[in-house]
Design a protein around this ligand. Structure first.
Ligand code: OSB
Ligand code: MG
Length: 383
């Protein structure tokens, strides 16, 4: 019999702006400012739940946008979750009828996981390990890589790669696109030597009618080539994977456990980038984690340049034992002028992030800063 839970007495959704230190440039274009959606809950005992929906502000990565996620969270996902919750498993089930809009669903669901962890005096990572059916299986730190955007020059890219490796990061991911690929990869591979893990992410910028640059990238011992082809084309990726020695990794193409099932069945990838927001939440992420372990494919936690609130959920997820490769988890100190958690997390000299063990989110949320950076807010319970 589940323990009785105190009712949720306050629930709101905010859009918060986070100015990046510099634009993040990829095959889908530049992202200059992050606008993220923050969901907050409080129960009658004062326990806090925090979640973040972090699609991009534009629809060039996936169809989801910040404005759409805000609206879906306010009008649909949070009301449906409040009616079904606060048990996070019931929330996930209640949100299933919402089609697409994975980031909005995930941000709302995360707030209920966080509230549940806070209420039980448990850290998110322990709660996720229990949810995955393997209590106690989590690691105490998460190996970290950096995702490096498209820079003005090869020299600037090499300099940043060397700086991050010096700082301890465990692997490097370079954004590539047609015309910015083999030259920069060759220069970085030359600079870092044959054994440092290196991979690329094309954000769906190549066409399967001209795979020549991708075939050439096969010669650089990359850990994977992430989402080279169209966001909605598993068959094209399966055909490419059959031609390449390097693992194809999927990001944009995987938006649900069913997508991952289909991709694995078709052998469209040998590596999976798992972002809880992109697949609709933690419940979906746990199912995907187990599928990847069973299939024996590489699994790693991707990111959406989240604030520390979203990153806290990613760090806890990435502590599960099925993650075989370093996570995209550059801290706010690299990406932003400030974070929404205070203090923010750091990458240690051995290239890892310590998994926080404090109850609930595991970090202190800077509520004053959130208030200062709020562009719009809607309260669904309380005031
Ligand atoms: O394709 O993985 C991606 C950031 C925003 C949107 C898509 C992607 C990314 C990144 C950055 O690569 C990863 C991170 O540090 O959050
Ligand atoms: Mg990607």
């Amino acid at each position: 019999v589940p323990a009785k839970r105190a009712p949720v007495v306050a629930a709101d959704v905010r859009e918060v702006t986070m100015p990046l230190r510099r634009p993040f440039v990829t095959g889908f274009g530049a992202t200059e400012t992050r606008r993220v959606v923050i969901v907050h809950l409080e129960d009658a005992d004062g326990a806090q739940g925090w979640g973040e929906a972090a699609p991009l502000d534009h629809p060039f990565y996936l169809p989801d946008t910040t404005s759409a996620a805000y609206t879906v969270a306010v009008e649909w996902a949070l009301p449906m979750a409040l009616a079904a919750g606060p048990d996070p498993a019931r929330v996930a089930q209640a949100l299933e009828p919402i089609r697409g809009n994975t980031f909005a669903r995930a941000g709302v669901e995360a707030a209920f996981w966080c509230l549940d962890a806070a209420r039980q005096g448990m850290c998110l990572a322990d709660l996720f390990a229990i949810g995955s059916g393997a209590p106690g299986s989590r690691r105490s730190s998460v190996p970290t890589g950096e995702s490096i955007g498209i820079h003005p020059s090869v020299e600037a890219t090499v300099a940043e790669v060397l700086r991050r490796l010096q700082e301890g990061y465990r692997r490097v991911k370079l954004k590539v696109q047609p015309g910015w690929d083999t030259e920069v990869v060759a220069a970085v591979r030359q600079a870092i030597g044959p054994h440092t893990p290196l991979q690329v992410d094309a954000n769906a910028s190549y066409s399967d009618t001209d795979p020549a640059p991708l075939v050439e990238l096969d010669g650089y011992d990359l850990a994977c080539i992430e989402q080279p082809l169209a966001w909605d084309d598993l068959d094209a990726h399966a055909a490419l994977q059959a031609r390449l020695r390097t693992a194809v990794c999927l990001d944009e193409s995987l938006r649900s456990p069913a997508d991952v099932r289909r991709a694995l069945d078709k052998q469209a990838c040998r590596s999976v980038n798992l972002k809880p927001g992109r697949v609709g939440g933690i419940t979906a992420s746990l199912a995907i984690h187990d599928m990847c372990v069973a299939a024996g494919v590489d699994l790693w936690c991707g990111g959406m340049l989240e604030s520390g609130i979203g990153r806290a959920v990613n760090i806890a997820l990435a502590s599960l034992p099925g993650f075989t490769q370093p996570a995209d988890m550059s801290p706010a100190s690299v990406l932003y002028h400030f974070d929404l958690i205070e203090p923010t997390y750091q990458v240690t000299a051995d290239g890892t992030i310590a998994v926080p063990t404090a109850a609930g989110l595991g970090f202190d949320v800077d509520r004053g800063r959130i208030e200062d950076r709020t562009r719009r807010r809607e309260a669904l319970a309380g005031s």
